[in-house]
Design a protein around this ligand. Structure first.
Ligand code: ARG
Length: 458
């Protein structure tokens, strides 16, 4: 017997039951559903909407159902559609008519909105903890590498020398913003929709503030039609997670490049690499590739959600049941990717010498050579031209600016003297950039300390 069966004369087609049932995926919200119902029942009793004794029995039985589910003693029924009606049916099967009073002043529409918000809030906190751990690992890795010089790139061409710390600190900035976005999303998720009813509230004297306090919500929704039909918080979370995945994916791309034989900047730990079934020499960065690959899956969930919502008239429509697999899929993916990524970085071996040689080998000090000329009074455009000619000479003669004789320098411009060599050492190039946001050791060390204070404050 369906809980909504009164106006029907026939039972649903069994394939229809299968088609529209969501229990296979929304059962994961059992805890939120039951806790939400317990608060609702407590409020109904307190307000005298149902007898207090009935409210107490409902709450006690819901607690027992929760325990039974946790112990694996409950099997859900597809015919009962979703987690909400499964729990309610079990309640009624245990305490009969008293259980039938639970749904007073409530609709599945505000109930599902409540459960989804509670679940989303819980997961935001879990994900933030994972992002925090990631930032901690990055920050301690940065701390070890404030003097590890490497080339910084633009267009994937060696550009100017930086340090590994500086590079890692760039990613910490991204992850800080990701963390902040999640905090922000939490604020908008932390609003209780229960009391919206099906769409137009209810005639019962519900105490929504009481339920909000019981369930740890900071506010209650202010319009019932919005309360049941808003899925912005899901879209916002999946959008935040998409940005987080995009950051991980960029980093993964670098890890893949850096662990290639062409770069040899890092070596991944065996625990985070795989071999080839045919090529005995291979050590592949599969984890980084998979994270990069799974980024597409999270973007897909975002597009799915946006598309599901775009044409829906107010208020609730069954289309909205499609929100859950997208939301859950994005959350599950992130919860796998972030820890794998963190551990992959925590165990990486850095090939400092190779990084240094790459920084020295790619004319990354050419800007500093031009700046040296400017400091001697040469206009920047002329300095650029002079150094460009010297670089061309070096390329043609397979050498670099550090090894070029003073005679060669002076043949192109008489302004040069011995002091140019000190100015263009890659170490000096890094140390001279000691302004806010720069790669100099003093600056990155300060940034690392600031990050530590920030991470401790989270
Ligand atoms: N399983 C449904 C969902 O996830 C619950 C709400 C159903 N409401 C309704 N009026 N059919 O959206």
């Amino acid at each position: 017997m369906k809980l909504w069966g009164g106006r029907f004369t026939k039972s649903t087609d069994s394939f229809t039951d299968h088609f529209h049932s969501s229990i296979s995926f929304d059962s994961r919200m059992y805890q939120e559903d039951i806790t939400g119902s317990m608060a609702h029942a407590a409020m109904l009793g307190k307000q005298g909407i149902i007898p207090q004794g009935d409210a107490n029995l409902i709450i006690k039985t819901l607690q027992e159902i929760l325990t039974d589910i946790e112990q694996g003693e409950v099997s859900f029924d597809e015919k009962a559609e979703d987690i909400h009606m499964n729990v309610e049916s079990i309640l009624i099967s245990r305490i009969g008519d008293v259980g039938k009073r639970l749904h007073t002043g409530r609709s599945r529409n505000d109930q599902v909105a409540l459960d989804t918000r509670m679940y989303t809030k819980k997961e935001i906190i879990t994900i933030q903890a994972l992002v925090k751990e990631l930032m901690e690992v990055l920050n301690s890795l940065a701390e070890k590498h404030t003097e590890t010089i490497m080339p910084g790139y633009t267009h994937l061409q060696r550009a100017q020398p930086v340090t590994l710390a500086h590079h890692l600190l760039a990613y910490i900035e991204m992850f800080k913003r990701d963390y902040d976005r999640l905090t922000d999303c939490f604020k908008r998720t932390d609003v209780l929709p229960l009391g919206s009813g099906a769409l137009a509230t209810t005639t019962y004297p519900l105490d929504r503030e009481f339920v909000a306090t019981q369930l740890g919500f900071s506010a209650i929704t202010q319009n019932s039609m919005d309360g049941v039909s808003d899925r912005d918080f899901c879209i916002e979370l999946v959008s935040d997670l998409s940005i987080l995945m995009m950051h991980l994916s960029r980093f993964c791309e670098e890890i893949i490049l850096w662990s290639s034989h062409e770069f040899r900047f890092i070596e991944l730990d065996d625990a985070y690499s795989t071999g080839s079934s045919i090529m005995p020499q291979k050590k592949n960065p599969d984890m980084a590739e998979l994270i990069r690959g799974k980024t597409g899956r999270v973007y897909g969930h975002l597009m799915g959600l946006l598309t599901t919502m775009k044409g829906l008239p107010l208020a609730y429509n069954k289309d909205m049941q499609e929100d859950k697999e997208a939301l859950f899929g994005a959350i599950d993916t992130i919860k796998m990717c972030v820890p794998v990524f963190t551990n992959m970085l925590a165990t990486v071996t850095v090939r400092e010498q190779n990084m240094l040689e790459a920084a020295k080998g790619g004319f990354t000090n050419a800007t500093d050579a031009a700046d040296w000329l400017v400091k001697q009074g040469v206009p920047f455009r002329d300095a650029h031209e002079i150094i460009g000619k010297l670089v061309l000479y070096c390329i043609q003669n397979n050498t670099n600016l550090d090894d070029l004789s003073l005679n060669k320098y002076q043949a192109i411009s008489p302004v040069f003297d011995e002091s140019v060599y000190a100015a263009i050492s890659v170490k000096q190039c890094v140390e001279a950039r000691n302004v806010v946001g720069g790669p100099a050791k003093a600056v990155t060390t300060k940034a690392i300390e600031t990050n530590k204070a920030y991470l401790n404050s989270l």
